[in-house]
Design a protein around this ligand. Structure first.
Ligand SMILES: Cc1cc2nc3c(=O)[nH]c(=O)nc-3n(C[C@H](O)[C@H](O)[C@H](O)COP(=O)(O)O)c2cc1C
Ligand code: SF4
Length: 749
């Protein structure tokens, strides 16, 4: 560019200099008083004269601004030296390049390119049988071996290890190698999260504007329309959320030469990295066209094929009938999806008080958005939750209904003296940091490792939870068999199970929340997933603090809880240590999943010694139709006798500190208690609730033994009642007299 300007300047000065006063060679008078003149081609002082050498340039030479002249055939060069024929000065380096290389930027000279420096690149794969992982390593090697690209940091990770929320602030270039499965797979969580983000009306259309990415899908064309859909959708949603696609979607077919296709794609991708320009941010998808227009144009979501327009696409006449019905079905499906989406959107707007008639404020920054998106709201509502504010929920558990009808209470009645109709089950955080395989929420709740959402006031949550709880109780008035006395009692909540869903301890004001409960003389039973040790340490005394202990080894814990934290095991152990320091009633909650964690007794012994819990609740996993959420089946559900057997073995290995104390066969649960709670040979696993509140109000330190109460006979292990309160009426379903099978769909109740 500077050469071009020089030439222009030169031409311009020539024009200016034509005239009677044109300077002549050697005629110093004619060309000005201070400087000499130039031969042949008159030039103005600065243009023709070598200022440094105080000389003139030869007639046919180009003028040069600062130092020396260039030969006639050479191009002028600004600072140092001249460039030869057909070469041009590199704009960044002190060198000349082939003029044919011009048009490329900065380092225009072939062979002289500086390597492109990329600060951070993440290769994220999703796999079930390992292909995507292998390919992720291959692409990593290709990148490392390419000396035209320098990547300061390359991370390679399984998509299940990636914290989705990071995507909103992601500065690394992300390469996704994703295999598609039409059954539950490791990609589902990410895919659902992204879909949710894409269709959440509160999320800015360019929420992912900081992200540069590329997706390569692995699939099998034998799956027809489903070929590579997961990868294709992810590629599409990322683009439509404002991310910059730096290389087109790859589609590698197991039914063809998948490996060869991947090689071609990855070579192309890596060479794209060599071009700095291609790495610049250019989100095109969001400005391209609306979803509806694009979907209509491409038929990608409704399965339409462009019969008229595509030239290549020939449809046989006999296939036309099929095609028409396919299109019709796809359109109907889409209409239904859209209606669902619009309904949930309208509902979410009502919940958060958005008025369409008022000018909308610009959506808040993504990190401050509400936790409950329309999709999550829809799922939770379907499951019977009442969502309070933006991140809390309340639900009536089935035992509350049972208690109202005098048909028995949950296991907490047998173990700790709770009456289910006086208990409210709620959570101030619908989000948690795990994706447990047995999660009965079917993974519809949000996850995260840090709180990135708007925070609601604890008083607002408590008021909302109580109001909704009472509303739900009112709705049970007409249920056949509801006892009037219990119905009346139910309007004074006495207990709060902070365990419904998600991770209650995650809520930033959890201490304020439980303090408010205690002021209302409502006891607190809080269950945590043992991933936030600091939070456990900071917790004020609560009536009973639970930790879910779902596995005894790092490997099994990872398999069962599918934690988001990479240091999940250290966090877990740390939480148990914090528990030991609490000095209050603490409980390990163990959910036995046959074939997953039942054989790890020695590991459990180790964990119990570490956390020294007051109690260990052991419960067989509940089967509630895990289709689509995990691979659990009824075969993973242990029988009550198997749970007893496990507890006996565990107790014998614990060396005399613990014993099985109580039992609730109806929910396949046993209570192992520390012998501190056996006073003069009598179990005291129940709680003196009034005493607990007095101790809290006193403000003085107290411990778990200060508010224990005697366990009734019928609740003791080995008693014929097996934990069923004899005051209640046992109810058997038609054709069913089984009490051993797990019934409670709420693992946390
Ligand atoms: C149970 C099952 C379901 C699958 N579903 C699909 C599908 O819906 N679409 C598709 O393109 N490929 C599908 N595939 C093929 C896989 O995506 C393909 O084999 C891929 O290369 C596997 O990659 P991975 O080894 O990384 O898991 C399926 C494979 C299996 C075993
Ligand atoms: S069971 Fe609890 S901890 Fe596990 S994923 Fe579900 S909500 Fe989270």
């Amino acid at each position: 560019m500077s050469n071009f300007i020089n030439s222009l300047l030169y031409g311009f000065t020539n024009i200016l200099s034509v005239g009677p006063e044109e300077p002549k060679e050697g005629d110093s008078a004619g060309c000005g008083s201070e400087q000499g003149c130039c031969k042949d081609q008159p030039k103005v002082k600065q243009a023709c004269q070598n200022e440094a050498a105080d000389a003139c340039c030869s007639s046919s030479s180009e003028p040069k601004q600062n130092t020396g002249c260039c030969s006639s055939s050479s191009e002028p060069k600004q600072e140092t030296g001249c460039c030869k024929d057909n070469t041009v000065k590199s704009e960044t380096k002190d060198t000349c390049c082939q003029s044919s290389d011009t048009g490329k930027e900065a380092c225009a000279c072939e062979g002289e390119k500086e390597p492109v420096v990329i600060d951070h690149l993440k290769i994220i794969f999703s796999t079930l049988t390992g292909t995507a992982k292998t390919m992720a390593s291959e692409i990593e090697n290709k990148i490392r071996q390419n000396d035209r690209v320098t990547v300061n940091k390359v991370d390679i990770m399984d998509i299940t290890e990636y914290d989705n929320d990071n995507l909103l602030q992601e500065t690394a270039i992300c390469v996704f190698i994703l295999s598609t499965y039409n059954v539950e797979g490791p990609l589902d969580w990410f895919s659902n999260w992204l879909h949710d983000l894409r269709y959440d009306f509160r999320v800015d259309r360019d929420a992912l504007k900081k992200l540069r990415y590329s997706v390569c899908g692995l699939g099998d064309s034998a799956y027809g329309d489903e070929f590579n859909v997961a990868a294709a959708n992810i590629d599409k949603w990322l683009g439509r959320l404002g991310a910059t696609r730096i290389y087109p979607l790859g589609e590698c077919d197991k039914n063809a030469d998948q490996k060869g296709q991947f090689d071609t794609w990855s070579n192309g991708f890596v060479s794209e990295l060599e071009d700095k320009q291609c790495l610049e941010f250019s989100p095109t998808d969001i400005s391209y066209q609306s979803d509806e227009e694009e979907d209509e144009a491409s038929g990608e979501e409704n399965g339409e094929i462009d019969i008229e327009g595509s030239g290549d696409e020939m449809v046989d006449l006999e296939d036309m009938g099929n095609m028409a019905s396919k299109i019709k079905a796809a359109k109907a499906r889409r209409a239904e999806e859209e209606e669902d989406y619009e309904n949930s959107k309208a509902k979410a707007k009502r919940m958060i008080g958005v008025d369409d008639n008022k000018p909308r404020e610009k959506a808040s920054a993504p990190q401050a958005r509400e936790m409950v998106s329309p999709m999550i709201m829809k799922n939770l509502t379907k499951q019977g939750y009442k969502v309070i504010g933006t991140h809390s929920g309340v639900k009536i558990c089935r035992w509350t209904k049972s208690a109202l009808r005098g048909r028995g209470f949950c296991y907490k009645h047998a173990f700790y003296g709770i009456q289910s109709h006086l208990c409210m089950e709620t959570t101030p955080s619908l989000a948690c940091a795990n994706k447990c395989v047995f999660c009965w929420r079917h993974h519809t709740n949000p996850v995260g490792t840090t709180w990135r959402w708007k925070v609601d006031d604890p008083q607002f949550i408590l008021d909302g939870a109580m109001e909704n709880h009472y509303k739900m109780i009112k709705q049970l008035k007409g249920v056949p068999g509801v006892k009037a006395e219990r119905f009346q009692e139910a309007f004074t909540i006495r207990h709060c199970a902070l365990s419904l869903v998600g991770e209650p301890i995650f809520y930033p004001h959890i201490n304020d929340f439980v303090t408010m409960l205690h002021k209302k003389r409502i006891s607190s039973f809080l269950v945590t997933n043992a991933q936030f040790p600091d939070k456990i340490a900071e917790m004020v005394p609560i009536t009973q603090l639970y930790v879910s202990v779902d596995a005894a080894t790092k490997e099994t814990l990872k398999k069962i809880d599918r934690p988001l934290f990479r240091d999940f095991w250290e966090r877990f152990l740390n939480c148990l240590e914090q528990l030991a320091l609490k000095g209050q009633r603490t409980v390990y909650r163990m959910t036995l999943v046959k074939g997953h964690n039942t054989a790890e007794i020695d590991g459990y012994v180790e964990l119990i010694r570490r956390g020294k819990p007051s109690f260990i609740e052991v419960k067989g996993v509940t089967y509630c139709g895990y289709s689509g959420a995990s691979d659990l089946t009824m075969a993973n559900v242990p029988f009550h006798v198997e749970v007893i057997d496990f507890c006996q073995k565990l107790v014998s290995k614990l060396g005399g500190d613990y014993e099985i104390s109580a039992e609730h066969a109806h929910s396949c649960s046993l209570l192992i208690a520390h012998k501190d709670f056996k006073v003069d040979g009598v179990w005291h696993t129940h709680i003196d609730y009034n005493k607990f509140f007095e101790l809290v109000e006193s403000g003085k330190p107290f411990n778990s033994l200060d508010y224990m109460a005697k366990t009734p006979e019928w609740a003791l292990h080995g008693h014929e009642a097996a934990g069923f309160d004899p005051e209640e009426t046992r109810f058997y379903r038609k054709n069913r007299k089984v009490v051993a099978a797990p019934e409670n769909p709420d693992i946390n109740a």
